[in-house]
Design a binder for this molecule. Structure first.
Ligand SMILES: *Cc1c(COP(=O)(O)O)cnc(C)c1O
Length: 380
């Protein structure tokens, strides 16, 4: 099945009891058993829920995996993956990681004896140099936030295989429509389904997909044993969002390319970060690894001050100033004071997160209207 067919049909069957074409929201905590130990495969809703099962099967299909495991948030899914490890184990991760992932690695699992090393994965040698006998997991995020750098998944997998280390890829920014890391040899894919999979800024959700049954069984065990499960209504919203994933991401990518081209030509703009630009350092890798360049764009201003950025951020009318990404509506954000506020100034500037850097999550509105909005905000 091709992707556009999968989002509509994979893992989805009409409800057997009623014929309902849409997956019902099974809002129940428990299930009636015929006699002791005799039941329909459902005992208690932390462990099993029919709405969640359909979503998990759908997620597995989209990522070309065999098993999907759903969680209450992206970070709950991250938490479950770290729980595959034990005290004394070591994680290698990229240095421009999603802030919440950095926080759980350092502040929660650091004190429980799982150490993490953060390296610049643009140079693959940095990963080899960081490997210790205790390294059990390499955590890749690509494209990264907010500089939109790419990590070469196949190259990371090659090193990891030599050392028997698991590779997990956070595929939130790309979505499975643009990138399927399991096809490139990764062991685990994770999503903040809050973003493109849900796609409508109305639900928090996390997803993991794997191919290997042994890893899946451990993750299902952790899902039930630690209990960070999503409710059926949230699973339904993700299922509903996925039905238009390909259409939304396709349009958002087209808009993003037009907006990136507009920004490149604008006299007030210093630098535009978008993998779809031939000048972007990851452009060639993006063509190889992804099926499109994504819908996240960041740019800095010639006047590199907080005040200049603030002027733009407070002048847009269609772009809403807000955290998050991946919804149908376009958002604008300021990494230096929002997502990257906790990173010291010098560190921040080294990775390119300068004071005037502005991040855009491009939605599916009309590109001309979005460009006009940016034009008036830049000239404000
Ligand atoms: C939002 C996000 C997360 C965390 O997901 P939540 O659903 O907010 O818990 C993880 N990784 C990336 C890249 C994200 O953008």
């Amino acid at each position: 099945m091709k992707f556009a067919t999968k989002v509509i049909h994979a893992g989805i069957e009409p409800d057997i009891s009623s014929g309902a074409i849409m997956t019902p929201i099974f809002q129940t905590s428990t299930y009636v058993q015929q006699s002791v130990g005799v039941h329909k495969g459902f005992e208690y809703a932390r462990t099993q829920n029919p709405t969640r099962n359909v979503l998990q099967n759908q997620l597995a299909a989209l990522e070309n995996g065999n098993f999907g495991i759903s969680f209450a948030s992206g970070l709950a899914a991250t938490d479950a993956i770290i729980k595959l490890l034990k005290s004394g184990d070591h994680i290698i991760s990229c240095n421009d990681l999603y802030g919440g992932t950095y926080r759980i690695f350092n502040k929660i699992y650091g004190k429980l004896g799982i150490q993490s090393t953060f390296v610049d994965m643009n140079t693959i040698q940095n990963i080899s140099d960081a490997i210790t006998p205790n390294t059990k997991l390499i955590w890749v995020e690509t494209p990264t936030n907010p500089m939109l750098n790419l990590v070469d998944i196949e190259a990371v997998v090659k090193i990891a295989k030599q050392h028997n280390i698991l590779v997990c890829v956070d595929n939130t920014f790309a979505s499975p429509y643009l990138q399927t890391p399991l096809d490139l040899g990764a062991d685990i894919v994770i999503h903040s389904a809050t973003k493109y999979l849900g796609g409508h800024s109305d639900v928090i959700h996390g997803a993991i997909v794997v191919k290997d049954k042994a890893i899946a069984d451990e993750l299902y065990f952790i899902q039930n044993a630690s209990g960070a499960v999503p409710g059926p209504q949230d699973c339904f919203l993700i299922l509903r969002g996925i039905k238009t994933l390909h259409l939304r991401v396709q349009r958002a990518c087209e808009n993003a390319q037009k907006i990136a081209d507009f920004l490149v030509a604008h006299p007030k703009v210093e630098k535009v970060n978008y993998p779809g630009l031939s000048t972007h350092p990851s452009h060639e890798l993006a063509k190889k690894q992804m099926r499109g360049f994504g819908a996240m764009v960041s740019f800095s201003l010639k006047a590199d001050t907080l005040a200049a950025a603030d002027k733009v951020l407070s002048s847009t009318k269609l772009f809403s100033l807000a955290e998050s990404l991946g919804g149908v509506e376009s958002l604008i954000g300021h990494p230096a004071t929002m997502t990257h506020a906790s990173i010291p100034l010098e560190e921040r500037k080294k990775t390119g997160v300068v004071d005037s850097l502005i991040r855009l999550s491009i939605g599916v509105e009309d590109a001309d209207d979005l460009i006009a909005d940016l034009e008036q905000a830049l000239n404000a």
